[in-house]
Design a protein around this ligand. Structure first.
Ligand code: SAH
Ligand code: SF4
Ligand code: F3S
Length: 481
Protein backbone atom coordinates (compact mmCIF):
# COMPACT_ATOMS: atom_id res chain seq x y z
CA UNK A 1 0.00 0.00 0.00
CA UNK A 2 0.95 3.65 -0.39
CA UNK A 3 2.84 5.73 2.17
CA UNK A 4 1.38 9.11 3.24
CA UNK A 5 3.82 11.01 1.02
CA UNK A 6 2.79 8.94 -2.03
CA UNK A 7 -0.85 9.89 -1.49
CA UNK A 8 0.21 13.56 -1.62
CA UNK A 9 1.69 12.97 -5.07
CA UNK A 10 -1.64 11.84 -6.56
CA UNK A 11 -3.05 14.83 -8.46
CA UNK A 12 -6.84 14.66 -8.77
CA UNK A 13 -6.79 17.45 -11.37
CA UNK A 14 -5.20 14.99 -13.78
CA UNK A 15 -7.07 12.19 -15.54
CA UNK A 16 -7.08 8.88 -13.62
CA UNK A 17 -4.12 6.60 -14.41
CA UNK A 18 -4.80 3.56 -16.60
CA UNK A 19 -2.52 1.15 -14.73
CA UNK A 20 -3.62 -0.77 -11.64
CA UNK A 21 -3.34 -0.47 -8.72
CA UNK A 22 -2.37 3.22 -9.27
CA UNK A 23 -5.79 3.87 -10.77
CA UNK A 24 -7.51 2.62 -7.64
CA UNK A 25 -5.26 4.72 -5.37
CA UNK A 26 -6.38 7.75 -7.41
CA UNK A 27 -10.05 6.84 -6.89
CA UNK A 28 -9.49 6.12 -3.20
CA UNK A 29 -8.17 9.63 -2.79
CA UNK A 30 -11.14 11.00 -4.71
CA UNK A 31 -13.59 8.89 -2.71
CA UNK A 32 -11.98 10.13 0.49
CA UNK A 33 -12.90 13.70 -0.52
CA UNK A 34 -16.48 12.68 -1.29
CA UNK A 35 -16.83 10.87 2.03
CA UNK A 36 -15.37 13.87 3.89
CA UNK A 37 -17.83 16.20 2.15
CA UNK A 38 -20.82 13.94 2.94
CA UNK A 39 -19.65 13.69 6.56
CA UNK A 40 -19.40 17.48 6.77
CA UNK A 41 -22.98 17.81 5.52
CA UNK A 42 -24.25 15.24 8.03
CA UNK A 43 -22.14 16.60 10.87
CA UNK A 44 -20.78 13.14 11.71
CA UNK A 45 -18.64 10.36 10.27
CA UNK A 46 -20.21 8.29 7.51
CA UNK A 47 -20.81 4.71 8.59
CA UNK A 48 -20.74 1.52 6.54
CA UNK A 49 -21.79 -2.07 7.15
CA UNK A 50 -20.74 -5.11 5.13
CA UNK A 51 -22.77 -8.33 5.28
CA UNK A 52 -21.24 -11.49 3.88
CA UNK A 53 -23.07 -14.56 2.62
CA UNK A 54 -21.25 -17.65 1.44
CA UNK A 55 -17.84 -19.19 1.73
CA UNK A 56 -14.39 -18.14 2.94
CA UNK A 57 -13.62 -16.76 -0.50
CA UNK A 58 -16.47 -14.30 -0.06
CA UNK A 59 -15.42 -13.49 3.49
CA UNK A 60 -11.96 -12.68 2.17
CA UNK A 61 -13.43 -10.47 -0.56
CA UNK A 62 -15.44 -8.62 2.09
CA UNK A 63 -12.25 -7.93 4.04
CA UNK A 64 -10.86 -6.32 0.89
CA UNK A 65 -14.01 -4.22 0.43
CA UNK A 66 -13.95 -3.14 4.08
CA UNK A 67 -10.23 -2.32 3.73
CA UNK A 68 -11.13 0.09 0.91
CA UNK A 69 -14.04 1.60 2.88
CA UNK A 70 -11.81 2.23 5.89
CA UNK A 71 -9.11 3.69 3.66
CA UNK A 72 -11.55 6.26 2.28
CA UNK A 73 -12.85 7.32 5.67
CA UNK A 74 -15.92 5.24 6.51
CA UNK A 75 -16.46 4.08 10.06
CA UNK A 76 -17.37 0.39 9.93
CA UNK A 77 -20.29 -0.64 12.15
CA UNK A 78 -22.16 -3.91 12.47
CA UNK A 79 -25.62 -2.55 11.80
CA UNK A 80 -27.70 -2.26 8.65
CA UNK A 81 -28.79 1.26 9.65
CA UNK A 82 -25.37 2.42 8.31
CA UNK A 83 -25.08 5.13 5.62
CA UNK A 84 -23.70 2.55 3.22
CA UNK A 85 -24.59 -1.15 3.32
CA UNK A 86 -23.04 -3.75 1.05
CA UNK A 87 -24.23 -7.31 0.67
CA UNK A 88 -21.57 -9.69 -0.61
CA UNK A 89 -23.83 -12.43 -1.94
CA UNK A 90 -23.62 -16.19 -2.52
CA UNK A 91 -25.61 -18.25 -4.99
CA UNK A 92 -24.37 -21.77 -4.36
CA UNK A 93 -27.81 -22.83 -3.10
CA UNK A 94 -31.13 -21.09 -3.55
CA UNK A 95 -31.60 -20.36 0.16
CA UNK A 96 -28.53 -18.09 0.03
CA UNK A 97 -30.30 -16.04 -2.67
CA UNK A 98 -33.56 -15.93 -0.73
CA UNK A 99 -31.79 -14.57 2.34
CA UNK A 100 -30.44 -11.66 0.30
CA UNK A 101 -33.88 -10.76 -1.07
CA UNK A 102 -35.24 -10.86 2.50
CA UNK A 103 -32.55 -8.46 3.69
CA UNK A 104 -33.14 -6.13 0.76
CA UNK A 105 -36.75 -5.75 1.88
CA UNK A 106 -35.50 -4.70 5.32
CA UNK A 107 -32.99 -2.09 4.09
CA UNK A 108 -35.52 -0.70 1.65
CA UNK A 109 -37.74 0.41 4.51
CA UNK A 110 -34.69 1.94 6.20
CA UNK A 111 -33.79 3.80 3.01
CA UNK A 112 -37.26 5.30 2.74
CA UNK A 113 -36.69 7.01 6.09
CA UNK A 114 -33.10 7.88 5.27
CA UNK A 115 -32.80 8.84 1.59
CA UNK A 116 -29.06 9.47 1.66
CA UNK A 117 -28.52 5.80 2.55
CA UNK A 118 -26.72 3.82 -0.18
CA UNK A 119 -27.00 0.12 -0.91
CA UNK A 120 -24.44 -1.90 -2.84
CA UNK A 121 -24.70 -5.51 -3.97
CA UNK A 122 -21.78 -7.64 -5.06
CA UNK A 123 -20.57 -11.23 -5.09
CA UNK A 124 -21.52 -14.44 -6.84
CA UNK A 125 -25.27 -13.87 -7.17
CA UNK A 126 -24.62 -10.72 -9.18
CA UNK A 127 -22.89 -12.75 -11.89
CA UNK A 128 -26.26 -14.19 -12.88
CA UNK A 129 -28.12 -12.13 -15.50
CA UNK A 130 -31.55 -13.20 -14.19
CA UNK A 131 -30.68 -11.81 -10.76
CA UNK A 132 -29.70 -8.44 -12.24
CA UNK A 133 -32.98 -8.30 -14.16
CA UNK A 134 -34.93 -9.03 -11.00
CA UNK A 135 -33.09 -6.36 -9.00
CA UNK A 136 -33.57 -3.76 -11.72
CA UNK A 137 -37.27 -4.55 -11.80
CA UNK A 138 -38.19 -5.14 -8.17
CA UNK A 139 -35.37 -3.58 -6.13
CA UNK A 140 -34.68 -0.38 -8.06
CA UNK A 141 -33.63 1.43 -4.85
CA UNK A 142 -30.25 -0.40 -4.99
CA UNK A 143 -27.48 2.09 -5.84
CA UNK A 144 -24.57 -0.06 -6.98
CA UNK A 145 -24.15 -3.58 -8.34
CA UNK A 146 -20.84 -5.21 -9.19
CA UNK A 147 -19.63 -8.78 -9.55
CA UNK A 148 -16.85 -11.09 -8.41
CA UNK A 149 -14.25 -10.06 -10.98
CA UNK A 150 -14.01 -6.34 -10.26
CA UNK A 151 -14.14 -5.97 -6.49
CA UNK A 152 -10.72 -4.31 -6.65
CA UNK A 153 -12.52 -1.39 -8.39
CA UNK A 154 -14.73 -0.66 -5.37
CA UNK A 155 -13.30 2.85 -4.81
CA UNK A 156 -13.84 3.75 -8.47
CA UNK A 157 -17.38 2.36 -8.35
CA UNK A 158 -18.18 4.30 -5.18
CA UNK A 159 -17.04 7.52 -6.82
CA UNK A 160 -19.37 6.74 -9.74
CA UNK A 161 -22.20 5.91 -7.34
CA UNK A 162 -21.88 9.15 -5.35
CA UNK A 163 -21.78 11.14 -8.62
CA UNK A 164 -24.97 9.63 -10.04
CA UNK A 165 -28.62 9.24 -9.14
CA UNK A 166 -29.00 6.11 -11.25
CA UNK A 167 -28.24 2.53 -10.38
CA UNK A 168 -24.62 1.77 -11.34
CA UNK A 169 -24.11 -1.75 -12.69
CA UNK A 170 -20.68 -3.12 -13.54
CA UNK A 171 -20.50 -6.87 -14.09
CA UNK A 172 -17.71 -8.63 -15.96
CA UNK A 173 -18.21 -12.06 -17.46
CA UNK A 174 -14.69 -13.20 -16.61
CA UNK A 175 -11.21 -11.82 -16.11
CA UNK A 176 -7.62 -12.93 -16.33
CA UNK A 177 -6.51 -10.02 -14.20
CA UNK A 178 -5.29 -10.24 -10.60
CA UNK A 179 -4.72 -6.84 -8.97
CA UNK A 180 -2.28 -6.87 -6.04
CA UNK A 181 -1.44 -4.36 -3.30
CA UNK A 182 -4.85 -3.11 -2.30
CA UNK A 183 -5.89 -2.57 1.30
CA UNK A 184 -7.66 -5.28 3.30
CA UNK A 185 -9.12 -5.28 6.76
CA UNK A 186 -8.72 -8.37 8.93
CA UNK A 187 -11.40 -9.81 11.12
CA UNK A 188 -8.81 -11.40 13.42
CA UNK A 189 -5.39 -9.83 14.10
CA UNK A 190 -3.72 -13.25 14.50
CA UNK A 191 -5.10 -15.27 11.58
CA UNK A 192 -5.98 -14.54 8.00
CA UNK A 193 -7.23 -16.10 4.80
CA UNK A 194 -4.90 -15.72 1.81
CA UNK A 195 -6.15 -16.23 -1.74
CA UNK A 196 -3.82 -18.44 -3.72
CA UNK A 197 -6.10 -18.88 -6.71
CA UNK A 198 -9.39 -17.67 -8.08
CA UNK A 199 -12.13 -19.36 -10.10
CA UNK A 200 -12.74 -23.02 -10.85
CA UNK A 201 -12.40 -25.19 -13.95
CA UNK A 202 -14.02 -28.35 -12.63
CA UNK A 203 -17.62 -27.87 -13.63
CA UNK A 204 -19.16 -30.36 -11.23
CA UNK A 205 -22.56 -30.73 -12.85
CA UNK A 206 -24.57 -29.33 -9.90
CA UNK A 207 -22.35 -26.36 -9.19
CA UNK A 208 -22.73 -22.71 -10.17
CA UNK A 209 -19.31 -21.59 -8.89
CA UNK A 210 -17.38 -21.97 -12.20
CA UNK A 211 -20.00 -19.78 -13.89
CA UNK A 212 -19.91 -17.01 -11.30
CA UNK A 213 -16.23 -17.10 -10.35
CA UNK A 214 -14.77 -17.62 -13.81
CA UNK A 215 -11.81 -19.66 -14.98
CA UNK A 216 -9.12 -20.88 -12.66
CA UNK A 217 -6.14 -18.55 -12.22
CA UNK A 218 -3.33 -18.85 -9.71
CA UNK A 219 -1.62 -15.99 -7.97
CA UNK A 220 2.08 -15.63 -8.44
CA UNK A 221 3.90 -17.48 -5.60
CA UNK A 222 6.07 -14.43 -4.92
CA UNK A 223 2.98 -12.30 -4.30
CA UNK A 224 1.53 -14.95 -1.99
CA UNK A 225 4.74 -15.25 0.04
CA UNK A 226 5.13 -11.47 0.23
CA UNK A 227 1.57 -11.10 1.48
CA UNK A 228 2.05 -13.78 4.15
CA UNK A 229 5.37 -12.23 5.25
CA UNK A 230 3.61 -8.88 5.69
CA UNK A 231 0.78 -10.56 7.62
CA UNK A 232 3.29 -12.29 9.91
CA UNK A 233 5.09 -8.96 10.51
CA UNK A 234 1.70 -7.66 11.49
CA UNK A 235 1.06 -10.38 14.09
CA UNK A 236 -0.54 -13.20 12.09
CA UNK A 237 0.43 -16.71 13.22
CA UNK A 238 -2.03 -18.79 11.16
CA UNK A 239 -2.95 -18.54 7.50
CA UNK A 240 -5.67 -20.30 5.54
CA UNK A 241 -4.70 -20.66 1.88
CA UNK A 242 -7.88 -20.25 -0.14
CA UNK A 243 -9.00 -21.63 -3.49
CA UNK A 244 -11.92 -23.65 -4.87
CA UNK A 245 -9.50 -26.45 -5.66
CA UNK A 246 -6.10 -25.74 -4.11
CA UNK A 247 -4.73 -29.03 -5.41
CA UNK A 248 -4.63 -27.68 -8.92
CA UNK A 249 -2.72 -24.55 -7.82
CA UNK A 250 0.01 -23.36 -10.14
CA UNK A 251 -0.95 -25.19 -13.32
CA UNK A 252 -1.72 -21.95 -15.16
CA UNK A 253 1.38 -20.04 -14.04
CA UNK A 254 4.10 -19.09 -16.55
CA UNK A 255 6.45 -21.20 -14.43
CA UNK A 256 4.16 -23.98 -13.19
CA UNK A 257 4.43 -24.93 -9.54
CA UNK A 258 2.54 -27.56 -7.57
CA UNK A 259 0.47 -26.83 -4.47
CA UNK A 260 2.82 -29.03 -2.44
CA UNK A 261 5.76 -26.91 -3.62
CA UNK A 262 3.93 -23.73 -2.65
CA UNK A 263 3.24 -25.16 0.81
CA UNK A 264 6.95 -25.86 1.28
CA UNK A 265 7.73 -22.23 0.47
CA UNK A 266 5.07 -21.00 2.89
CA UNK A 267 6.46 -23.33 5.57
CA UNK A 268 9.80 -21.48 5.41
CA UNK A 269 8.27 -18.18 6.52
CA UNK A 270 9.71 -17.42 9.93
CA UNK A 271 7.20 -16.51 12.60
CA UNK A 272 4.33 -18.25 10.83
CA UNK A 273 3.10 -21.06 13.10
CA UNK A 274 0.17 -22.70 11.34
CA UNK A 275 -0.90 -23.31 7.76
CA UNK A 276 -4.39 -24.38 6.70
CA UNK A 277 -5.95 -24.65 3.26
CA UNK A 278 -9.38 -25.01 1.64
CA UNK A 279 -10.61 -26.80 -0.46
CA UNK A 280 -9.04 -29.98 -1.81
CA UNK A 281 -10.62 -31.82 -4.71
CA UNK A 282 -9.99 -35.56 -4.22
CA UNK A 283 -9.20 -36.10 -7.91
CA UNK A 284 -6.16 -33.80 -7.71
CA UNK A 285 -4.78 -34.70 -4.30
CA UNK A 286 -1.21 -35.85 -4.92
CA UNK A 287 1.10 -38.21 -3.03
CA UNK A 288 3.53 -35.31 -2.99
CA UNK A 289 1.00 -33.29 -0.97
CA UNK A 290 0.46 -36.12 1.51
CA UNK A 291 4.22 -36.41 2.06
CA UNK A 292 4.64 -32.65 2.48
CA UNK A 293 1.82 -32.61 5.03
CA UNK A 294 3.24 -35.59 6.84
CA UNK A 295 6.66 -34.01 7.31
CA UNK A 296 5.49 -30.48 7.96
CA UNK A 297 5.66 -28.83 11.36
CA UNK A 298 3.27 -26.07 10.43
CA UNK A 299 0.55 -27.59 8.22
CA UNK A 300 -2.43 -28.32 10.43
CA UNK A 301 -3.65 -31.86 10.94
CA UNK A 302 -6.88 -31.27 9.08
CA UNK A 303 -8.00 -31.98 5.56
CA UNK A 304 -11.35 -31.00 4.10
CA UNK A 305 -11.99 -33.53 1.38
CA UNK A 306 -15.44 -33.10 -0.18
CA UNK A 307 -17.07 -36.44 -0.98
CA UNK A 308 -20.39 -35.07 -2.38
CA UNK A 309 -21.84 -38.59 -2.85
CA UNK A 310 -20.90 -42.19 -2.14
CA UNK A 311 -22.33 -44.01 -5.15
CA UNK A 312 -20.05 -44.04 -8.18
CA UNK A 313 -23.09 -43.75 -10.43
CA UNK A 314 -23.96 -40.41 -8.83
CA UNK A 315 -20.34 -39.25 -8.68
CA UNK A 316 -20.12 -39.81 -12.42
CA UNK A 317 -23.31 -37.85 -13.05
CA UNK A 318 -21.87 -35.11 -10.81
CA UNK A 319 -18.72 -35.03 -12.97
CA UNK A 320 -16.53 -35.47 -9.88
CA UNK A 321 -14.09 -37.67 -11.76
CA UNK A 322 -13.41 -40.22 -9.00
CA UNK A 323 -15.19 -43.41 -7.97
CA UNK A 324 -16.29 -44.47 -4.51
CA UNK A 325 -13.39 -46.92 -4.40
CA UNK A 326 -10.83 -44.30 -5.44
CA UNK A 327 -12.10 -41.95 -2.75
CA UNK A 328 -11.95 -44.65 -0.07
CA UNK A 329 -8.46 -45.64 -1.13
CA UNK A 330 -7.32 -42.03 -0.97
CA UNK A 331 -8.83 -41.52 2.49
CA UNK A 332 -7.16 -44.70 3.73
CA UNK A 333 -3.81 -43.66 2.29
CA UNK A 334 -4.06 -40.28 4.05
CA UNK A 335 -4.98 -41.92 7.36
CA UNK A 336 -2.12 -44.41 7.00
CA UNK A 337 0.46 -41.71 6.32
CA UNK A 338 -0.87 -39.11 8.77
CA UNK A 339 -2.72 -41.05 11.50
CA UNK A 340 -3.55 -38.01 13.65
CA UNK A 341 -5.24 -36.12 10.81
CA UNK A 342 -8.88 -35.14 10.99
CA UNK A 343 -10.92 -35.46 7.83
CA UNK A 344 -14.01 -33.39 7.13
CA UNK A 345 -16.25 -33.36 4.09
CA UNK A 346 -19.19 -31.91 2.15
CA UNK A 347 -22.07 -34.13 1.04
CA UNK A 348 -25.06 -33.35 -1.18
CA UNK A 349 -28.27 -35.35 -0.79
CA UNK A 350 -30.95 -35.34 -3.47
CA UNK A 351 -28.88 -34.96 -6.64
CA UNK A 352 -31.16 -35.78 -9.62
CA UNK A 353 -31.77 -39.52 -9.76
CA UNK A 354 -30.18 -40.32 -6.39
CA UNK A 355 -32.04 -43.18 -4.71
CA UNK A 356 -32.17 -44.43 -1.11
CA UNK A 357 -29.70 -47.17 -2.15
CA UNK A 358 -27.28 -44.54 -3.44
CA UNK A 359 -27.52 -42.73 -0.11
CA UNK A 360 -26.79 -46.06 1.64
CA UNK A 361 -23.50 -46.03 -0.23
CA UNK A 362 -22.80 -42.51 1.01
CA UNK A 363 -23.50 -43.69 4.56
CA UNK A 364 -21.13 -46.59 4.02
CA UNK A 365 -18.35 -44.16 3.07
CA UNK A 366 -19.09 -41.96 6.10
CA UNK A 367 -18.79 -45.00 8.35
CA UNK A 368 -15.59 -46.18 6.69
CA UNK A 369 -13.81 -42.82 6.67
CA UNK A 370 -15.09 -41.65 10.08
CA UNK A 371 -15.20 -37.95 9.40
CA UNK A 372 -14.59 -35.50 12.22
CA UNK A 373 -17.32 -33.39 10.69
CA UNK A 374 -19.42 -33.38 7.54
CA UNK A 375 -21.42 -30.52 6.06
CA UNK A 376 -24.55 -31.99 4.54
CA UNK A 377 -26.64 -30.10 1.99
CA UNK A 378 -29.87 -30.80 0.19
CA UNK A 379 -29.33 -30.48 -3.56
CA UNK A 380 -30.44 -27.13 -4.89
CA UNK A 381 -31.13 -26.76 -8.60
CA UNK A 382 -28.96 -24.04 -10.16
CA UNK A 383 -30.20 -22.78 -13.50
CA UNK A 384 -27.54 -23.00 -16.19
CA UNK A 385 -25.74 -26.02 -14.71
CA UNK A 386 -25.97 -29.41 -16.47
CA UNK A 387 -27.74 -31.03 -13.49
CA UNK A 388 -30.59 -28.50 -13.71
CA UNK A 389 -31.99 -30.31 -16.75
CA UNK A 390 -31.61 -33.83 -15.33
CA UNK A 391 -34.92 -35.43 -14.33
CA UNK A 392 -35.41 -36.21 -10.65
CA UNK A 393 -38.01 -38.87 -9.87
CA UNK A 394 -37.18 -38.83 -6.13
CA UNK A 395 -39.74 -36.86 -4.11
CA UNK A 396 -38.89 -34.13 -1.60
CA UNK A 397 -40.12 -36.37 1.23
CA UNK A 398 -37.81 -39.19 0.16
CA UNK A 399 -34.91 -36.74 -0.11
CA UNK A 400 -35.63 -35.42 3.38
CA UNK A 401 -35.74 -38.97 4.75
CA UNK A 402 -32.43 -39.81 3.09
CA UNK A 403 -30.95 -36.59 4.41
CA UNK A 404 -32.03 -37.31 8.00
CA UNK A 405 -30.71 -40.85 7.80
CA UNK A 406 -27.33 -39.60 6.63
CA UNK A 407 -27.22 -36.78 9.19
CA UNK A 408 -27.76 -39.22 12.04
CA UNK A 409 -24.78 -41.34 10.99
CA UNK A 410 -22.63 -38.26 10.39
CA UNK A 411 -23.35 -37.00 13.90
CA UNK A 412 -22.75 -40.36 15.55
CA UNK A 413 -19.41 -40.91 13.81
CA UNK A 414 -18.26 -37.36 14.40
CA UNK A 415 -19.09 -37.55 18.10
CA UNK A 416 -17.11 -40.75 18.48
CA UNK A 417 -14.23 -39.49 16.39
CA UNK A 418 -13.86 -36.03 17.93
CA UNK A 419 -13.84 -37.47 21.44
CA UNK A 420 -10.79 -39.65 20.80
CA UNK A 421 -8.33 -37.11 22.22
CA UNK A 422 -9.98 -36.85 25.65
CA UNK A 423 -7.36 -36.63 28.41
CA UNK A 424 -4.53 -35.58 26.05
CA UNK A 425 -2.67 -32.26 25.98
CA UNK A 426 -2.72 -30.36 22.67
CA UNK A 427 -1.75 -26.92 21.34
CA UNK A 428 -4.62 -24.53 20.73
CA UNK A 429 -4.63 -21.12 19.09
CA UNK A 430 -6.85 -18.96 21.30
CA UNK A 431 -9.33 -17.15 19.06
CA UNK A 432 -11.86 -15.38 21.27
CA UNK A 433 -13.58 -15.04 24.61
CA UNK A 434 -16.56 -17.34 24.88
CA UNK A 435 -19.78 -15.58 23.89
CA UNK A 436 -21.91 -17.22 26.57
CA UNK A 437 -19.47 -17.42 29.47
CA UNK A 438 -16.83 -14.72 29.80
CA UNK A 439 -14.65 -16.77 32.14
CA UNK A 440 -13.90 -19.07 29.20
CA UNK A 441 -11.85 -18.60 26.02
CA UNK A 442 -12.12 -20.65 22.84
CA UNK A 443 -9.15 -22.10 21.03
CA UNK A 444 -8.70 -24.19 17.92
CA UNK A 445 -6.62 -27.35 17.80
CA UNK A 446 -4.41 -28.13 14.84
CA UNK A 447 -7.07 -30.62 13.72
CA UNK A 448 -9.66 -27.80 13.72
CA UNK A 449 -11.63 -28.95 16.79
CA UNK A 450 -12.62 -26.20 19.22
CA UNK A 451 -11.75 -26.31 22.92
CA UNK A 452 -13.27 -24.01 25.53
CA UNK A 453 -11.25 -23.46 28.73
CA UNK A 454 -10.92 -20.99 31.60
CA UNK A 455 -8.85 -17.96 30.57
CA UNK A 456 -9.05 -14.28 29.70
CA UNK A 457 -8.67 -11.97 26.71
CA UNK A 458 -4.89 -11.68 27.21
CA UNK A 459 -4.57 -15.19 25.73
CA UNK A 460 -6.19 -14.26 22.41
CA UNK A 461 -3.84 -14.86 19.48
CA UNK A 462 -1.50 -17.08 21.54
CA UNK A 463 -0.82 -20.76 20.99
CA UNK A 464 -1.10 -22.51 24.36
CA UNK A 465 -1.08 -26.07 25.67
CA UNK A 466 -4.49 -27.29 26.81
CA UNK A 467 -5.60 -30.55 28.43
CA UNK A 468 -8.76 -31.84 26.74
CA UNK A 469 -10.78 -32.80 29.78
CA UNK A 470 -14.28 -33.53 28.45
CA UNK A 471 -15.60 -34.15 24.96
CA UNK A 472 -18.98 -32.64 24.09
CA UNK A 473 -19.64 -33.93 20.60
CA UNK A 474 -18.11 -31.29 18.38
CA UNK A 475 -15.98 -29.49 21.00
CA UNK A 476 -13.98 -30.03 24.19
CA UNK A 477 -13.91 -28.44 27.60
CA UNK A 478 -10.30 -28.17 28.67
CA UNK A 479 -7.82 -26.62 31.06
CA UNK A 480 -4.72 -24.58 30.43
CA UNK A 481 -1.47 -26.45 31.21
N1 SAH B 1 -14.86 -25.95 -4.34
C1 SAH B 1 -15.37 -26.60 -3.24
C2 SAH B 1 -16.81 -26.37 -2.92
C3 SAH B 1 -17.43 -25.05 -3.01
S1 SAH B 1 -19.15 -25.00 -2.74
C4 SAH B 1 -15.21 -28.07 -3.49
O1 SAH B 1 -15.24 -28.56 -4.58
O2 SAH B 1 -15.11 -28.73 -2.51
C5 SAH B 1 -19.30 -25.76 -1.15
C6 SAH B 1 -20.18 -26.95 -1.12
O3 SAH B 1 -21.50 -26.61 -1.48
C7 SAH B 1 -19.82 -28.05 -2.09
O4 SAH B 1 -18.80 -28.85 -1.63
C8 SAH B 1 -21.12 -28.81 -2.23
O5 SAH B 1 -21.21 -29.82 -1.27
C9 SAH B 1 -22.16 -27.75 -1.95
N2 SAH B 1 -22.90 -27.42 -3.17
C10 SAH B 1 -22.43 -26.90 -4.31
N3 SAH B 1 -23.42 -26.77 -5.21
C11 SAH B 1 -24.56 -27.22 -4.62
C12 SAH B 1 -25.92 -27.36 -5.04
N4 SAH B 1 -26.30 -27.04 -6.26
N5 SAH B 1 -26.81 -27.86 -4.14
C13 SAH B 1 -26.43 -28.22 -2.90
N6 SAH B 1 -25.17 -28.12 -2.46
C14 SAH B 1 -24.23 -27.63 -3.31
FE1 SF4 C 1 -18.04 -26.31 -7.57
FE2 SF4 C 1 -16.83 -28.55 -8.18
FE3 SF4 C 1 -15.56 -26.24 -8.56
FE4 SF4 C 1 -16.02 -27.12 -6.09
S1 SF4 C 1 -14.71 -28.11 -7.63
S2 SF4 C 1 -16.35 -25.06 -6.85
S3 SF4 C 1 -17.98 -28.14 -6.27
S4 SF4 C 1 -17.37 -26.96 -9.63
FE1 F3S D 1 -21.14 -19.00 -2.57
FE2 F3S D 1 -19.63 -17.84 -4.33
FE3 F3S D 1 -18.52 -19.08 -2.32
S1 F3S D 1 -21.46 -18.96 -4.77
S2 F3S D 1 -19.96 -20.67 -1.84
S3 F3S D 1 -19.80 -17.32 -2.18
S4 F3S D 1 -17.73 -18.94 -4.37
Amino acid sequence: MLKATDWDKIDLNLAPPIEEPMRQYYFMKKAREIVAEESRKLGRRLTADGETFGCQMNAKDSEKLIGILEEIGFEMIDDESADLVFYNTCTVRDNANQRVYGRLGLVHSMKKKNPHKRIALCGCMMQEPTVIEKIQKSYSFVDLIFGTHNIYKFAELLVAMYSSDRMIIDIWKDTDKIVEDLPAQRKYPFKSGVNIMYGCNNFCSYCIVPYVRGRERSRNPKDIIREIECLVDDGVVEVMLLGQNVNSYGKTLDEPMSFAELLQEVEKIEGLERIRFMTSHPKDLSDELIQVMKHSRKICRHLHLPLQAGATRILTAMNRRYTKEQYLELAQKIRREIPDISLTTDIIVGFPGETAEDVDETIEVVKAVEYDNAFTFIYSKRTGTPAATMPNPTTDEEIKENFDRLLKVVQETARKRVGRLTGEVHSALVEECNEHDNTLVSGRLSNNTIVHFPGDASLIGKIVEVRLVESHGFYYIGELQ
